[in-house]
Design a protein around this ligand. Structure first.
Ligand SMILES: CC(C)(COP(=O)(O)OP(=O)(O)OC[C@H]1O[C@@H](n2cnc3c(N)ncnc32)[C@H](O)[C@@H]1OP(=O)(O)O)[C@@H](O)C(=O)NCCC(=O)NCCS
Length: 275
């Protein structure tokens, strides 16, 4: 049996209460009654999520009101520290996303980052008909209805705080001119990855650069992210130009790190740190 000093015990209680409040977990979820190593618990969760039988009745099996793979659903990369609380505080508060409405972000004259709308579906379908977007984003929509489903998921992603997607639109006509997103958001350490595309007819007009610049300013200044990354294939020269022009410094080349239709590509890793 482990004896904790009163200060550690109090810290643990505060931490558990915080996790319960953030995720609406019952005491069973946030404070397991039976001790188990984090790695073993994690293995059993993922084995169970994959339908692989696990040995014994461990902690997650006592979960009554959530699916057994509930750890995988937690927002902002927080799942891992339910069992092993971090000594550092979260860099970005989870309610930065779950607690509010997705903002509209001005991106300079004539351009705005706004929430996706169902009426954007035909333009998204058209965008993914472009060979360059298909090549670098590895997706193709079979129909406007499929594009509509993507948009629905982009809209509902917001409160989950793992990805956030904006339509880049003409601020006068509201027409869709591109997309910019934050992916793989890790709120605990204030990091995320930026992704983007521009409609083929609107390229080389500074749209991607302005969208990335506006999103970066918002993510650093309004939300409190610490580091944003941007990766692209070394063969994607326009994307590299966008990264460099928006201040994402080249940190290196990840060898054979991106699987594309023609095989593995070396990938540039760029990043920008909050000033
Ligand atoms: C990459 C992409 C988003 C750029 O969008 P954009 O709105 O045209 O970007 P911008 O106009 O802000 O800037 C593009 C820059 O790349 C440059 N560029 C364009 N084609 C280029 C090429 N073949 N080689 C080198 N630079 C090129 C432009 O000249 C411009 O730089 P400049 O302003 O110094 O002249 C767009 O080409 C695209 O959607 N491509 C397909 C999807 C994609 O690659 N997404 C990124 C995946 S990581």
């Amino acid at each position: 049996m482990t004896f904790l000093d009163p200060a550690s015990r109090a810290r643990q209680q505060i931490w558990r209460r915080r996790r319960r409040q953030q995720f609406g977990l019952s005491a069973v979820h946030a404070a397991p009654t039976r001790k188990i190593g984090a790695s073993r618990a994690g293995r059993q969760c993922s084995r169970r999520a994959a339908g692989v039988p696990t040995r014994g009745a461990a902690i997650p099996l006592t979960v009554a009101s959530r699916p057994l793979d509930w750890r995988l659903e937690l927002p902002g990369g927080l799942a891992h520290n339910l069992y092993m609380p971090l000594l550092t505080s979260d860099v970005v508060a989870p309610d930065a996303f779950s607690g509010g409405v997705q903002p509209t972000i001005p991106a300079g004259s004539g351009l705005v980052l706004r929430r996706w709308k169902p009426s954007d579906a035909p333009a998204v379908f058209e965008a993914f008909g472009d060979p360059e977007i298909r090549r670098w984003h590895l997706r193709a929509a079979a129909s406007s209805d499929e594009a509509q489903n993507w948009i629905d998921s982009w809209i509902t992603d917001w409160p989950k705080a793992a990805q956030a997607h904006w339509a880049v639109a003409d601020s006068i006509t509201d027409a869709l001119v591109g997309r910019v997103s934050l992916r793989d958001m890790q709120l605990v350490c204030g990091q995320a990855e930026v992704a983007y595309w521009t409609m083929p007819t609107r390229r080389s007009q500074g749209i991607a650069c302005r969208a990335v610049e506006a999103l970066t300013e918002w993510a650093f200044g309004n939300v409190g992210f610490h580091r944003l990354e941007l990766t692209h294939s070394v063969a994607n020269a326009p994307s590299c130009r966008v990264a460099v022009k928006t201040g994402f410094q080249l940190e290196g080349t990840k060898r054979s790190a991106g699987l594309h239709l023609d095989g593995w590509h070396d990938m540039h890793l760029h990043a920008r740190i909050s000033d």
